[in-house]
Ligand binder design. Structure first.
Ligand code: ADP
Length: 445
């Protein structure tokens, strides 16, 4: 089976802005998060639960024992190093394991335990003695499907009677095949073909239908329709579960079409704040001057770890090259890299092998590198129309209350235009951004 990779084909198109990377990057971003995430995201927020039947008692569990899982599964859970359910799992698991089955729409940021939750639900609901598919799990890409498959294998490591098969392009089965695997995981197009055209799967026998990464899914034209067509072939009693990291209007509309009579669970992201951040700007006249200013402060910023943001891949590449020529050891994270390569760069940076990471907006979006305490905006964040992108600014340098270590942000200004952007950002957050004289660094040290 040859797998499509998520890397860009337009390698070398250095003028692409970060924004342009964005469109085809949703799936890549999500995969990247999975590749680098080894732990639950910390959150102090409470989950919001909306029950379909408000009169039925609301169960939540504080331990995996309370769920009365099959011993083989409990063993698998502990072997993965899970001691207790995550915030979202506390509520989602009892709902998903209830009898009769309940439908669920759940939203929380990546790394909060959604995948582990629905994998446990699927494994709990299959009957290993029945040699036919009983659970379908639809993912937006081959790579994401594979990641979920790995979790199923890990969690089911002591439950080897349960088998898994991938419904992905390239996995060609002979006509007339009757699948014996209990769990099928794949992308919407192939999954639909397997149900409808090849009849490898009997949709009427499906007990659990999972739609993962709904927000990524709807970004691809066609995936929505295919998913809905699969859903319509299922029995009314089939349990429908939908998961998403974000919940815009479009995702919500899709979710409601996919999941009838849902329970809803939401977990808010931790708010970011600029309160613990010292913000400065440096006045320059050109890109070259910005580079020189950066060299002047380099010693001061590399006491800690620093991330440097540029607007385009081209600038990021240039800057990383110049810094290396100066003898600095820097890492470059760029959109033309394959996802695995990017994960590797981030891992090295996390381990402190490089102290400075140069990147574009989009590449680093959604990636939390907690120990970074210095952020340099080599270019200020602007949207497609050149307006200040306050949200990105906040996300780059803001801290969550939880990890509210003191931080330092330095903005490079090289024109009237960027000064204007800076002023607007300052006004938006109503927090002063001080001028920094790079010949006199007493201030930041
Ligand atoms: P999501 O699907 O929301 O991105 P995952 O299920 O992939 O989240 O979980 C994120 C990380 O946390 C994974 O490395 C996973 O193994 C781990 N994890 C999930 N649930 C728990 C738990 N209850 N206790 C400890 N770690 C967990």
């Amino acid at each position: 089976a040859t797998a499509a990779t998520l890397s860009k084909t337009e390698v070398g198109d250095g003028d692409k802005t970060g924004e342009e990377d964005d469109k085809d990057d949703k799936a890549a971003q999500s995969l990247l998060n999975k590749l680098i995430r080894s732990n639950l995201v910390n959150t102090t927020n409470q989950v919001e639960v909306l029950q379909r039947d408000p009169n039925s008692p609301l169960y939540s569990v504080k331990s995996f024992e309370e769920l009365r899982l099959k011993p083989q599964l409990l063993q698998g859970v502990y072997a993965m190093g899970f001691n207790r359910p995550s915030k979202i799992q506390e509520n989602a698991l009892p709902m998903m394991l209830a009898e009769p089955p309940q439908n669920l729409i759940a939203q929380s940021q990546s790394g909060t335990g959604k995948t582990a939750a629905f994998v446990l639900a699927m494994l709990s609901h299959v009957n290993p003695n029945n040699k036919f598919p009983q659970c379908l799990c639809v993912s937006p890409t081959y790579e994401l499907a594979l990641q979920t498959g790995k979790v199923i294998e890990q969690m089911g490591q002591y439950y080897s009677e349960v088998k898994l098969v991938y419904a992905i392009r390239g996995n060609k089965l002979p006509r007339g095949t009757q699948l014996e695997e209990q769990i099928v995981i794949g992308t919407p197009g192939t999954m639909l073909d397997w149900c409808l055209k090849f009849k490898f799967i009997d949709p009427k026998k499906i007990k659990v239908f999972v739609l993962d990464e709904a927000d990524v899914m709807i970004a691809t034209q066609g995936h929505q329709d295919q998913s809905l067509r699969i859903q319509r072939m299922l029995n009314k009693q089939c349990q429908m579960l939908l998961f998403s990291a974000t919940f815009e209007e479009t995702v919500w509309n899709f979710a409601q079409r996919m999941v009838p009579e849902p329970n809803i669970i939401k977990l808010k992201r931790e708010e970011e704040t600029l309160d613990t951040i010292k913000q400065y700007y440096v006045l320059c006249n050109s890109k070259e001057e910005k580079f020189m200013a950066l060299c002047n402060i380099y010693g001061a910023i590399t006491i800690a770890q620093a991330m440097i943001f540029c607007h385009t891949r081209k600038t990021a590449g240039w800057l990383a090259g110049e810094l290396s020529r100066e003898g600095h050891q820097v890492a470059l994270l760029s959109g033309e890299m394959q996802v695995e390569q990017r994960a590797c760069v981030i891992d090295r940076f996390r381990e402190g092998k490089e102290k400075v990471l140069v990147t574009t907006n989009v590449c680093a979006r959604g990636i939390d590198v907690e120990q970074v305490s210095v952020v340099i905006n080599f270019d200020l964040p602007v949207d497609r129309d050149g307006n200040p992108d306050n949200e990105t600014y906040l996300h780059r340098i803001g801290r969550t209350g939880r990890f509210g270590k003191r931080g330092l942000a330095i903005n490079m200004v090289d024109s009237k235009f960027s000064m204007n952007v800076l002023t607007k950002i300052q006004d938006h957050f109503n927090k002063k951004i001080e001028k920094l004289d790079t010949d006199d660094l007493d201030e930041i040290e």
